[in-house]
Design a protein. Structure first.
Length: 84
């Protein structure tokens, strides 16, 4: 389980931005997990390329920088490969 923890005293717009970033990260994780399940034998590089495809396909995913997208994708890959 991934836990996002932070302490913030911000404005409402900042809270919305944080929530949106978390939702986008979870979206990337879920899409990459489904892609990995449908295409066994994928590697880290394949998921990094898929993150670029997701960014091109979904405008809200493009707002998350590439390192954050790739990190979200690899989080699930590492977790589920350890279960196999």
């Amino acid at each position: 389980m991934i836990v996002y923890e932070f302490k913030v005293k911000g404005k409402e717009a900042q809270y919305r931005a944080i929530d949106e970033a978390i939702r986008t990260s979870q979206f990337i994780q879920n899409k990459c997990l489904r892609y990995w399940m449908d295409n066994k034998g994928l590697r880290q590089y394949d998921l990094n390329k898929y993150c670029a495809v997701l960014a091109a396909e979904f405008p809200f995913a493009e707002e998350l920088n590439s390192m954050a997208r790739q990190s979200a994708a690899l989080t699930n890959l590492e977790r589920y490969q350890s279960l196999l």
